[in-house]
Design a protein around this ligand. Structure first.
Ligand code: ATP
Length: 226
């Protein structure tokens, strides 16, 4: 459903991606991996037109995403949970969910069922939620757009262990339900058991692709170790 071929992306004069390729098929969960600064977030920003690719192809279903303005890309069926969660601080939890709602299987009830904490706090201002709860809200907001592909960038980074567990549980449910997912996350122990495929980037280039079972210690040390 998503096919990225050989994209090159720049921040001003400085090149961050030197030909990245990636594919996500319907129902798949693909993990985009690599150490800090290797180009994962830039790849995601390129998909969403936030830092447009200068070269290469980005195709999503029948859409040529490089030709769409950023606001049309979400409408094409892509849902983004950006790094550093973004919710409307001065709206309640429920209002935050309702503003992004688009028709489809994901309703307020279903999102609040996936994240009971959001149901319990539905009248609370988003600004008063804990970091982890805001992250749940960010995922809920993306689901409310009824995306055919959900993109999660570091959705569990820096959260309290209890909340991380709840978010991973929700991600596993999404995966079981057949939601297509592109995910960047550092918790390999949670990610690898459920990912269908991994793509590793190094210095803005693809260096390894394969199924998680093939990702042995040597590869982990070489490409993912600190
Ligand atoms: P992290 O896990 O730290 O987010 P990443 O793999 O997502 O790492 P990117 O954020 O995509 O990496 O960064 C790729 C390269 O682009 C890095 O060299 C980074 O310094 C550079 N870069 C990222 N954002 C900008 C920016 N706004 N302006 C200039 N260079 C940037």
């Amino acid at each position: 459903m998503l096919k990225i071929a050989d994209i090159e992306t720049f921040y001003g004069p400085s090149q961050a991606l030197f030909g990245v390729s990636l594919e996500v098929k319907a129902g798949e969960m693909v993990a985009l991996m690599g150490r800090n600064g290797m180009g994962k977030t830039t790849t995601i920003r390129s998909i969403f037109g936030l830092t447009p690719a200068a070269r290469g192809d980005i195709e999503f279903e029948s859409h040529d995403l490089r030709r769409l303005p950023a606001y049309r890309i979400a409408k094409a069926g892509l849902g983004l949970v950006p790094e550093g969660r973004r919710c409307f601080a001065n709206l309640t939890v429920r209002e935050n969910l309702l503003v992004t709602a688009r028709p489809g299987d994901w309703t307020l009830e279903r999102v609040e069922g996936l994240f009971p904490r959001l149901a319990e706090r539905h009248q609370q201002m988003a600004s008063t939620l804990s970091g982890g709860e805001q992250q749940m809200l960010a995922i809920g907001r993306a689901l409310m757009t009824n995306p055919r592909l959900l993109v999660l960038d570091e959705a569990t980074e820096g959260l309290a262990p209890v909340i991380r567990k709840e978010i991973w549980q929700a991600i596993r449910v999404l995966k079981q339900e057949g939601q297509s997912i592109l995910i960047v996350d550092k918790s390999l122990s949670e990610l690898l058991p459920i990912a269908d495929r991994c793509t590793i980037l190094e210095k803005g280039r693809n260096v390894w692709d394969g199924t998680p079972d093939l990702l042995d210690d040597t590869l982990r040390d070489r490409y993912l170790g600190v």
